[in-house]
Design a protein around this ligand. Structure first.
Ligand SMILES: C[S@@+](CC[C@H](N)C(=O)[O-])C[C@H]1O[C@@H](n2cnc3c(N)ncnc32)[C@H](O)[C@@H]1O
Length: 340
């Protein structure tokens, strides 16, 4: 036991607030989280008290059990030591928490033992469900090919940068590598603007823009009904329903011309096929945030080529930034292009 500062988190919000505090590096991982009625008492590191009180949480000092010192990976390997050695040597070493659901990056070789593996990771990582990602994300609608290997409830909430994203982890992709771009969207100055998010998903960019940038209206278009259902939930949960007009359907069927101050094209690989529509709806003086994947040695020329081919108006490529690495020698980029 040791004495620590603890923050009281209501059990109903614990599944997404605790992972968020862990991500911020506020939680003292050498002490255990305990229960007190309808609350969890989460030990926090010295010097981080003001951040917690700033978020409106109560702090108290109290005793906490110290954590087992061994890393989770060591404990998992020990628990699964009876599996064949070639399986033990390729057990997942990478995982991601989405609220209280864990996604494991899993070698296909491990799939025959998925039940045992799922159970061991769930127990040691404290997850209600575990999904195995053995094949990556596929198809036009960007569906993850994950498989639920432990538990059944895969609906979860991720709290990131002050935004709640609720979704079904087994059926919807959440690109954690795009976090900087979601942060950048949150920090834009869109005061009074009309924004169109052509590939809204569950609200990846719509939510930060609607919640933080002063945008007047955001049109959020999404054609996958399952993602759209979560988009609606997330608008509600984040209190931005009044500012966002959700549209279920193909963005190429959107009506209206030159009404948008900003158009977000958060989609990769076939993005250029949608550029004529974006150019149709953006105002003169407006901005298109064009996402796509390119070989790292030719991204500038490719963006120039794509716009030169599609644009019937003058434009200026203001900046291009790398969002994340996509494949060997290929990265996902976003170009901010002003239409003149
Ligand atoms: C890749 S996801 C969004 C990723 C997100 N920008 C991020 O940072 O993680 C793209 C979304 O666009 C949707 N989509 C694809 N084609 C579409 C179209 N023609 N019209 C509307 N939505 C579309 C897909 O269903 C998917 O939810």
């Amino acid at each position: 036991m040791k004495t620590v500062k603890q923050v009281r988190i209501g059990s109903s919000e614990a599944s997404y607030v605790i992972p968020y505090l862990m991500e911020l590096g506020i939680v003292d991982r050498s002490a255990k989280i305990s229960k007190d009625g309808g609350h969890r008492l989460v030990p926090i590191l010295p010097g981080r008290e003001d951040e917690m009180t700033g978020m409106g949480y109560e702090l108290a000092e109290g005793p906490a059990y110290t954590m087992e010192r061994r890393r989770p990976q060591e404990r998992i390997t020990e628990e699964l030591a009876d599996l064949p050695p070639e399986i033990v040597s390729c057990l997942p070493t990478k995982w991601e928490y989405v609220g209280d659901v864990v996604i494991l990056k899993m070698d296909e070789k491990c799939l025959p033992y998925k039940r045992r593996i799922g159970e061991a990771y769930a127990g040691i990582l404290g997850a209600k469900s575990v999904c195995a990602d053995a094949y990556g994300i596929t198809g036009e609608l960007r569906k993850p090919s994950t498989e639920v290997i432990y538990g059944s409830d895969t609906e979860s909430v991720r709290l990131e940068n002050g935004i709640f994203y609720e979704f079904d982890v087994s059926r919807i992709m959440f690109a954690s590598g795009n976090i900087d771009e979601r942060m950048r969207m949150k920090e834009l100055d869109c005061k009074g603007e009309t924004v169109v998010d052509m590939f809204a998903g569950i609200g990846y960019f719509t939510l930060p823009i609607a919640k933080f940038t002063g945008a007047r209206k955001v049109f959020a278009c999404e054609k996958n009904p399952h993602s759209y259902r979560y988009l609606l939930k997330n608008l509600e949960r984040n209190g931005v329903s009044e500012r966002v007009i959700p549209i279920l359907g193909d963005n190429r069927s959107m009506l209206g011309k030159r009404f948008a101050d900003r158009v977000i094209m958060g989609y990769v690989q076939t993005t250029s096929a949608f550029l004529p529509k974006a150019l149709d709806i953006v105002k003169r003086g407006g901005t298109i945030h064009y996402h796509d994947t390119f070989y790292i040695n030719e991204y500038k020329e490719k963006v120039e080529e794509i716009f030169a081919k599609a644009a019937i108006v003058d434009y200026e490529i203001e900046r291009i930034r790398e969002v994340k690495s996509f494949a060997p020698s290929v990265s996902h980029y976003v170009a901010d292009v002003r239409i003149l």
